[in-house]
Design a protein around this ligand. Structure first.
Ligand SMILES: [Zn+2]
Length: 110
């Protein structure tokens, strides 16, 4: 563990590593446990089967969670997470600094 040792992974050009990272962030899905009706929200990859940790049941996909991937926001598209852009009056997620509609910087929230 020498202090001067370079981080060799950072020196590799993109794509030469063992695993190529996905460019787009994973899409989040609403999934339901069929037996109990309990719903969870989690990232999911297409073609993968997800199983409930408690019951071992296969989860049913109910729907995609807005905003769709890719988006800078991590908040579900719901009233409590939205505000109006002061420039264009369109709805924007509260965790965004720049309006997704007009691209302008929005005022910080208090
Ligand atoms: Zn705007």
């Amino acid at each position: 563990m020498g202090r001067a040792r370079p981080d060799f992974r950072r020196l590799l050009p993109a794509g030469t590593g063992g695993r190529v990272r996905a460019v787009t962030p994973p899409q989040r899905y609403r999934m339901r446990v069929p037996q109990t009706g309990r719903e969870i929200i989690r990232d999911a990859e297409p073609g993968t089967i997800y199983v409930d940790r408690e019951s071992g049941e296969t989860l049913t996909i109910v729907g995609k969670v807005l905003p769709l991937s890719p988006s800078k926001s991590r908040l579900p598209w719901a009233v409590e997470h939205l505000r109006f852009c002061p420039w264009c009056d369109q709805l924007a997620q509260r965790d965004l600094n720049d309006c997704p509609s007009c691209g302008r910087r929005m005022d910080p929230l208090d």
